[in-house]
Design a protein around this ligand. Structure first.
Ligand SMILES: [Zn+2]
Length: 448
């Protein structure tokens, strides 16, 4: 009798379990992961390395050597991808003239040319999530623009990953626009990123964020560690564009480690852990490596969210080096050192995050929080067109990632009973009907 009752009870549970699972994962994301081709990455990295040098100031006339030939090849690859999806990519050069003497790495006037491919969103055509790699390369002397500089890992790997993500994602339609871009002038002073960020501002682009890929193909580190599972996500704590008032408010309400780039980093971390549990993302709480730079920074400078995705274990004998053998060590950034399977994994990390964000509604613009001297925390946020529900997150003040969450349906305010505001940090995201989630918004206003 008791057993019978249990069976009756179990039945509805069994029906509900698959539904619950499908609300949290989407089969298309797994398809995207398996569609990334290691072979195509190998072909593209080898091709990019074959241009001899892709130095920003190198030859632009030759058909097979220098940055001109390289960017024409990249543009042609985007155009081929576009042809196979009935013209779904808008491909163009975005360029800016940089004058000689702008810094000591610009020894001639040079046109810094980015190659941009836009996959236009069906619902929010002017909202963009961006994936970038770099076109340019360098050897030991940053101003040597003639010597062989294959830049296989730095950064043909990121560039090839960007081309491959475009091929894979062009098979789908998204509500938000996706930009795939090859940026130039990185090694000379982040000029390509600066140019595109300014272009975005001038044209009123609403940028959700940029996933900048710089070196995604090395698994054998100079530290002796060989690891093909781990990778790093760099993000700055708060935007450099914040006002004095915003900085001052943080002293009283918190948020030192909760800027927009950090939320994007957490998003990538969580999506990866959900769909690619074999990978081990490492959140690095800093803008970039110690004293070094990358192309997400100019976007951060302009007030946009941006992170750097890269290998966990670098090898400095293979970065920015003249190709040579010295004391038995092979110096130089050559194709032989690149691990294509690993580059494929990190390309998939990008692709699933681009897709998840491009399928998600916008984040709530305004999120208010209150609960001073109360036994509960209250949140109130602006309604998002296209969201079918919202999720509230909270975590210990010392926790790096969100720990607790609650689906609260299609409402624009909620009180978390029994949760004392002083002891946690909070955030709100919006959810699409397929379960895709926007990046989380940290409260930006106080409820009294
Ligand atoms: Zn570099």
């Amino acid at each position: 009798m008791l057993l019978l009752k249990m069976k009756k009870l179990l039945f509805p549970l069994l029906v509900f379990v698959p539904l619950l699972i499908s609300a949290q994962t989407d089969k298309r994301i797994y398809d995207i992961i398996s569609a990334v081709s290691t072979e195509r990455l190998e072909t593209d990295i080898t091709k990019l390395a074959s241009f001899g040098t892709r130095h920003t100031l190198s030859d632009t006339i030759s058909q097979d050597r220098g940055i001109g030939a390289a960017r024409r090849w990249i543009k042609n690859e985007f155009e081929k991808t576009s042809e196979s999806c009935k013209g779904c990519l808008e491909v163009f050069y975005q360029k800016d003239l940089v004058r000689k003497g702008e810094n000591d790495r610009i020894v001639n006037d040079v046109m810094v040319v980015n190659v941009v491919a836009v996959q236009r969103g069906t619902k929010y055509p002017n909202r963009y999530i961006i994936m970038s790699g770099d076109i340019d390369s360098r050897v030991s002397d940053p101003n040597n623009y003639t010597s062989d500089s294959p830049g296989a890992n730095d950064n043909a790997s990121g560039m090839a990953g960007t081309l491959e993500a475009a091929r894979v994602l062009s098979k789908y339609k998204f509500e938000n626009s996706i930009i795939y871009v090859g940026l130039s002038g990185e090694e000379q002073g982040l000029f390509g990123g600066k140019g595109l960020a300014a272009h975005a501002k001038e044209n009123g682009w609403e940028i959700i964020g940029i996933l900048n890929n710089d070196m995604i193909g090395n698994i054998a580190g100079v530290d002796g560690v060989i690891n093909n599972r781990e990778f790093r996500i760099f993000s700055e704590p708060v935007p450099p564009t914040e006002t004095k008032e915003q900085r001052n408010a943080r002293r009283f309400y918190g948020g030192e480690v909760d800027g927009i780039s950090r939320q994007l980093a957490r998003y990538v971390y969580t999506t990866t852990k959900t769909y690619m549990p074999e990978m081990n993302p490492k959140m690095i709480y800093r803008l970039d490596r110690f004293g070094r730079g990358g192309h997400h920074r100019p976007f951060n400078d302009a007030g946009y969210a941006g992170i750097r995705i890269m290998e966990a274990h670098e090898n400095y004998t293979q970065q920015h080096q003249d190709i040579r053998i010295e004391n038995g060590t092979s110096y130089g950034d050559i194709v032989e050192h690149v691990n294509f399977e690993y580059a494929g994994k990190l390309t998939a990390v990008n692709a699933i995050n681009l897709a998840s964000i491009a399928w998600a509604p916008p984040s709530p613009k305004e999120v208010k929080i209150g609960g001073i001297v109360e036994p509960s925390a209250r949140l109130l946020w602006s309604k998002v067109d296209g969201a079918v529900g919202y999720k509230i997150y909270w975590r210990d003040t010392t926790a790096p990632n969100w720990e607790h969450s609650r689906d609260i349906g299609d409402v624009t305010e909620f009180t978390l009973e029994g949760i004392v505001i002083d002891n946690y940090l909070f955030g709100v995201s919006s959810i699409s009907k397929d379960g895709f989630e926007s990046p989380i918004v940290f409260p930006n206003s106080i409820l009294r």
